[in-house]
Design a protein around this ligand. Structure first.
Ligand code: 9UX
Length: 69
């Protein structure tokens, strides 16, 4: 399993969105750190969390995510 997951994230429009997404990702079991960028929308998530759990966490926070790698 990869120790780093890259997500494409859509729907974030401001810095607070980035903070919400970062907090949501870092609450997923196995995540060590999430670096979220607004433009382009995405995240690099370090740790051993399942990609499905990361996508679900972003959706729960109100945004959309796709796994890139
Ligand atoms: Mo402010 Mo970002 O409502 O959704 S947190 S635009």
């Amino acid at each position: 399993m990869s120790s780093e997951t890259r997500l494409k994230i859509t729907g974030m429009t401001c810095g607070h969105c980035v903070a919400h997404t970062k907090k949501a990702l870092e609450a997923v079991p196995g995540v060590v750190e999430a670096d979220v960028s607004l433009e382009p929308g995405g995240a690099v998530v370090k740790g051993e969390a399942s990609a499905d759990a990361l996508v679900a966490a972003v959706k729960d926070a109100g945004y959309e995510a796709q796994v890139e790698s």
